[in-house]
Design a protein around this ligand. Structure first.
Ligand code: SAM
Length: 274
């Protein structure tokens, strides 16, 4: 299967699955590799014959859909955004929680991959924010992903050095134990993260959240109509004044007047309180 063949195939099939080709363009290799393996399993020699197969078997679309995902993630990915979370957003949420006698701050990481994103928040919480607090407060995180194998890896908390390359050294040294070439997250940083296998198109976690991270998923890979539909559902899950964070290459075209940009230069939004 050639790269050109895969490109042509993806440009044909992705819109039919409600994905946008543009999101996959630069990172298509992972998906092409899975499609190639699927073709081999079906004894098909190329994408053109897989296309014919799909045209004759409606059930195969579900399998193809399950191959169309990207697993790129890192701790403290997008340094500026995590800097803002550390120095502005989390302190604001602490202040709000203390003023309203909340015992916990609730966060949702949608499309959490192998846990890099929710665990980064716990690292910031335990190593920077919590030591400055005189009252009891916890950061509870629900982290969801469609793929069980990623959730298993997240729960294991074992990472290669490359996953830590954006994480400030001071945090990396305190949060992990090195074992051979791997970095093992310390257990106390895992206790307030609950992982759930959920497809964001079908199910959202229960409850409301002070902070939702929805980065490098819906607003990169899904088509516009689906983006708008899911955004509406997700914003409902945000508490008034809660924060909504996207990936650095993502932005909202339209938020129905429910979200306001918190910072002009970063993809961080705040839910408007009516
Ligand atoms: C590119 S990674 C982004 C990970 C992380 N949010 C970040 O920005 O570093 C996208 C993640 O979304 C997950 N994903 C893809 N489709 C999904 C869906 N329909 N529902 C939930 N998670 C999904 C993938 O398995 C993957 O872990």
């Amino acid at each position: 299967m050639t790269d050109q063949g895969c490109i042509k195939f993806l440009q044909w099939c992705l819109p039919r699955l409600n994905y946008q080709w543009e999101g996959f363009r630069r990172v298509r290799k992972q998906v092409c590799k899975r499609i190639k393996e699927r073709c081999s399993a079906l004894s098909l020699t190329n994408c053109a014959s897989y296309r014919t197969y799909l045209e004759q078997d409606a059930e195969e679309w579900k399998i193809l859909d399950s191959l169309c995902y990207i697993t790129i993630s890192r701790f403290y990915r997008d340094r500026k955004v995590f800097g803002t979370l550390q120095h502005q957003i989390l302190p604001l949420l602490v202040q709000n929680a203390l003023e309203s006698n909340q015992a916990e701050i609730r966060c949702w990481s949608a499309g959490c991959c192998s846990g890099e994103e929710p665990y980064t928040l716990q690292i910031l919480w335990h190593l920077d924010l919590l030591p400055k607090l005189s009252q009891q407060l916890s950061l509870k995180i629900i982290a969801t992903d469609r793929y069980a194998d990623l959730i298993i890896r997240a729960e294991r908390g074992k990472y290669p050095q490359s996953s830590l390359k954006d994480l400030p050294k001071v945090f990396a040294e305190k949060a992990f134990i090195q074992s051979d070439s791997n970095y093992i997250l310390k257990d106390y940083l895992k206790t307030d993260v609950r992982f759930l296998i959920q497809d964001v198109r079908q199910q959202l976690p229960n409850g409301n959240f002070d902070l939702i991270l929805c980065r490098n998923l819906i607003f990169t890979y899904f088509q516009q109509d689906l983006q708008s539909k899911l955004l509406e559902q997700i914003v409902e899950k945000l508490k008034p004044n809660g924060f909504f964070v996207l990936g650095v290459d993502e932005s909202l075209k339209y938020s129905g007047g429910l979200l306001a940009p918190y910072l002009v230069e970063q993809p961080i939004y705040q839910k408007i309180k009516f």
